[in-house]
Design a protein around this ligand. Sequence first.
Ligand SMILES: [Zn+2]
Length: 232
Amino acid sequence: MSAMSLKDVRCLKKRAALSAHIEAKIPGFRIVKKDKSFFMKLLSFFLFFNRDFMTRYVTTIYPKVYVPSWWGKETKNKSLEIEILAHEYVHLYDRKRLGMLFNIIYLSPQVFSLLAIGAIWNTWFLLALLFLLPWPSPGRAWLEFRGYRVSLLMKYWILTSLSPDKEKIVWHYINNDALEWTLDQFISSNYYFMFPFRSFLRKRFINELKCVTMDDNNLSDELKRLKEIALR
Ligand SMILES: [Zn+2]
């Protein structure tokens, strides 16, 4: 068995363990291919401005995770898919504990544009359409911060478990290229310009990344479990 396929097997084990963990924590959890879902096809019709919605993005709507057709097929994506799944799990976990409040926090302030329906009674309600502008969303940014923090930590744990001799290179990569890519997500149209304060976010992420050096007893139960899965 070649070294490459041994890594693949380890990745499959990690992924199976993560799926089992999510299934145990999130009732009704399932991974669904986007092109097999009428709901996603309908959504892509309304999200016509996002041409890559069906082919590039993973979309989580509690308790399901909708994935593009390449999911699970290409070997080179194996460890990336574990990171993505762990990130989506954070959203499912938060949605489970926060209920509908999660949706309001995530979609605010743009969701308040729905108040424009009040224009039926009074045209002043049309001002609510101003909420559609790309205002920063501290709520969405907070929820995505929690998700991307786990993405980066999983990336570190998975890559170092597969190549322990490359720990230094991996740590440098996580704190630079991987982190900068993550910051791009917060300031770009990908999440509707949710948080344009790059250096503030960079500091927060670097602070969170320090937990890779922490003793396991200082990690939250969820992080401890995810770390255990990533290091398998
Ligand atoms: Zn996310």
